[in-house]
Design a binder for this molecule. Structure first.
Ligand code: HPA
Length: 275
């Protein structure tokens, strides 16, 4: 693993030069953001030894490197989900390679089910904190005291404030709340959703949490954005299907992608983030 991370970082450096400070993981519905990248260059995960080869419908597995406004960025299309293999560390190699290359900030995006009436499908939620419902960690087997990662403020306060300012400037209603990871691939039962709600969850989905843990362990700053594609199980009469989440993701994806691009561009001005 360590050798493939070094080789992957070296290849990224060879092909693209100095690392962009910002990496974005594009979840379901968010991939339109790649079309907003200027001077975009594409590379398949297959060319990067430490990257995963996920196979979820609706995902293309490639990185796109370029810039948005003044901000250089690398976007990852396609992530390894725990439900594909049972392995929750599927993104470890990719995230550690990005860090080794020189990336500092990880913006994570996903599609989620909403537990809040006020957050109807199409809404965007800034992740303020998460619940690791399966209580699984991609750091099991790691050694050294760094594995005891502080998860206070896992989602960077300054980046969240920045996201709220960008949303306000665009008059976009950006909710904020707690994301609960469910392993999947089956959707939740209504009883599980009632339990997650009692725990304090506002949204539920099948990704993001393992990557946030890996990113914090690697020393990356993290921001999370969730696009509500449906009301969670039991909260609407509609049957939950993958097709429904993809359809809603398509309907709202462009607005989400434009907001994401504006946020990335704004990071070039972030006080803590001047080269
Ligand atoms: N549950 C879990 N994952 C999801 C959902 C959901 O309702 N919607 C989109 N991803």
């Amino acid at each position: 693993m360590t050798t493939s991370i070094a080789a992957t970082a070296a290849k990224l450096q060879d092909l693209f030069g100095a690392a962009p400070a910002v990496a974005v993981v594009l979840g379901t519905g968010w991939s339109g953001a790649t079309s907003l990248i200027e001077d975009a260059r594409h590379l398949a995960y297959a060319e990067l030894p430490a990257f995963p080869q996920p196979r979820v419908e609706g995902h293309i597995n490639e990185i796109v490197v370029g810039r948005i406004g003044k901000q250089p960025v690398v976007m990852l299309r396609g992530r390894a989900h725990t439900y594909e293999s049972g392995d929750c560390a599927g993104m470890a190699g990719a995230l550690r390679s990005l860090k080794a290359w020189g990336v500092q900030i990880l913006l994570q995006t996903n599609a989620s089910g909403s537990l809040r009436e006020a957050m109807q499908p199409g809404s965007l939620m800034l992740i303020s904190d998460h619940i690791n419902a399966p209580q699984r960690s991609p750091l099991v087997g790691e050694v050294g005291s760094e594995r005891f990662v502080d998860m206070n403020m896992a989602y960077d306060r300054e980046l969240r404030e920045q996201a709220q300012q960008v949303a306000a400037a665009r008059q976009l209603d950006l909710h904020q709340g707690v994301y609960c990871w469910a392993l999947g691939p089956q959707f939740e039962t209504p009883a599980e959703i009632r339990m997650f709600a009692a725990w304090g969850a506002d949204a539920v989905g099948m990704s993001t949490v393992p990557e946030t843990i890996l990113a914090r362990h690697a020393g990356l700053r993290v921001l999370g954005l969730a696009l509500m594609t449906n009301m969670a199980a039991g909260l609407s009469a509609e049957a939950l299907t993958h097709a429904l989440t993809l359809r809603q993701a398509q309907l709202s994806g462009q607005r989400a992608a434009e907001f994401l691009a504006a946020l990335v561009a704004s990071l070039a001005e972030l006080p803590s983030f001047q080269p």
